[in-house]
Design a protein around this ligand. Structure first.
Ligand SMILES: NC(=O)C1=CN([C@@H]2O[C@H](COP(=O)(O)OP(=O)(O)OC[C@H]3O[C@@H](n4cnc5c(N)ncnc54)[C@H](O)[C@@H]3O)[C@@H](O)[C@H]2O)C=CC1
Ligand SMILES: O=C(O)CCC(=O)C(=O)O
Length: 424
């Protein structure tokens, strides 16, 4: 199959956008066509049907696990619950994981899982049954040295707890290192709860030091106020930034004086959306307005493809931090690049989660526990190291995006591992 047909063979914008970024970086890095052909096909895709019996009626949920590439080690990546997620979306997310794990120096390949379910519309019992069913269906495909899942959009430590419990029952032993981001009482580490947002805040502070006048006083708009968006807003505010706009699936709010993210979170927890937050100077805005506000920093922290060809010209932020996976499409980035708006890529910005998952996995393999401060220090070191590597590489390149620099750094390590193994 030719290279161009590899990019366009899917009817899925997200996957095509990821493959287009991959192709661009492979060409720029001079790795050769064979490498793209290899990485544009996941090594294994598993589709499962998960039957659950609720009130005497059987319902079947569809689930996936895409194991993209394991040249660097066991597959690793989260599990997404979403009613509209497709196998192709999961392939895009798994490809991003391969690059993210490599960029951050982790001994992992990339994977991602998904179940087509809307967790807001089912009972806790049904959610538990589906989560356990997924772990049972995948039992022979996952394990501490095979594939280690974790949470993603709409999944959390409770879901990891059900899954690790089910998996442990299936294999007849406690198997903590098979899932990460577990509750602290079940071999988790307290840092994982906030690590993705914290890592994204570190990347944002580093970026602001180089591209703005520093993080203090910088204005920020954040789309998505779940695990990533909330903790990112919390830490950025601690660092001195002013979070002036926050949005979630229920709506968005703006306050030129800045929000206290903890207060907004309290309202969201009570009422289900940030849109119900009120106070002096606060006004409701639409999501289109949030994404095109005149702010220093725009942080999409919800879903993919929200900054695309149709709105890229309207974006006014000076820098964009991809806290979500794939929020800026490849064609939008071209427009933004020409307009002098820098995009910091997901594989660095939101890597705090998987870096922390790695640390939890290392603890679990040894039945060892680091305290919170020690873990945070290790996380800081790994995140800062990746930022510096990407920035230094990018400065030496001309006509390249920051994503190109990050991808090439990540690809280099995968390429060498594949060469040593004799795969290419
Ligand atoms: N949780 C983690 O550790 C990691 C998450 N990510 C990525 O970060 C993003 C967010 O994940 P989490 O915060 O974990 O999810 P979450 O489920 O905790 O929160 C998602 C947030 O996005 C909002 N949202 C969902 N769909 C939306 C839409 N169409 N428009 C506007 N807002 C919408 C929700 O209302 C919620 O505020 C995803 O792209 C995920 O893949 C990346 C790395 C790690
Ligand atoms: O913590 C992990 O292993 C997965 C994180 C993840 O899914 C992501 O970085 O997108």
């Amino acid at each position: 199959m030719g290279l161009n047909s590899s990019i366009t063979r899917y009817n899925n914008l997200f996957l095509n956008s990821v493959l287009s970024n991959l192709k661009r970086a492979i060409d720029l890095g001079g790795f050769g066509e064979e490498f793209f052909t290899y990485l544009s096909h996941p090594m294994r895709t598993v589709s499962v049907s998960i039957p659950v019996k609720i009130n005497g009626t059987i319902k079947i949920y569809e689930g996936y696990r895409v194991q993209h590439n394991n040249a660097l080690g066991p597959f690793k990546g989260g599990i997404r619950f979403h009613p509209e997620v497709t196998l192709e979306d999961d392939m895009a997310l798994a490809t991003i994981m391969t690059l993210k794990n490599s960029l951050n120096g982790l001994p992992y390949g990339g994977a991602k899982g998904a179940i087509r379910i809307d967790p807001a519309k089912v009972s806790k019992e049904e959610l538990e049954a589906v989560s356990r069913g997924y772990a049972r269906a995948l039992v022979q495909f996952i394990g501490p040295d095979i594939d280690i899942p974790a949470p993603d959009l709409n999944t959390n430590p409770q879901i990891m707890a059900w899954m690790v419990d089910e998996y442990s029952k299936m294999v007849g032993r406690n198997a903590p290192a098979t899932f990460t981001a577990k509750p602290v009482q079940l071999w988790g580490n307290p840092v994982r709860e906030y690590s993705t947002g914290y890592g994204a805040a570190l990347w944002t502070r580093n970026a602001a030091r180089r591209f703005l006048k520093g993080i203090e006083g910088a204005t920020v708009a954040v789309q998505g106020f779940g695990n990533v968006g909330y903790w990112l807003s919390h830490f950025l505010t601690e660092m001195g930034a002013k979070v002036v706009a926050i949005g979630d699936i229920g709506g968005a709010i703006y306050n030129p004086n800045g929000f206290n993210p903890d207060d907004v979170k309290a309202t969201e927890r009570k009422t289900g959306t940030v849109a119900n937050y009120s106070g002096s100077g606060v006004r409701k805005i639409g999501m289109d307005e949030l994404l095109t506000l005149n702010v220093d920093i725009l942080v999409p922290a919800a879903v993919e493809g929200v900054i695309n060809y149709s709105n890229a010209n309207a974006v006014k932020a000076k820098i964009i931090m991809e806290a979500a996976n794939g929020p800026v499409t490849a064609d939008a980035e071209e427009v933004l690049y020409k307009r002098g708006i820098y995009v910091f890529p997901d594989i660095g910005v939101n890597a705090g989660g998987v870096v922390m998952s790695y640390l939890e996995w290392v603890e679990n393999l040894q039945w060892f526990i680091w305290d919170e401060e020690e873990t945070k220090k290790k996380l800081d070191y790994m995140i800062t190291n990746a930022f510096n590597r990407v920035y230094d590489r990018w400065q030496k390149m001309s006509g390249a995006t920051i994503r190109d620099a990050a991808y090439i750094d990540a690809l280099d390590r995968i390429y060498q591992a594949m060469k040593w193994r004799g795969w290419i």
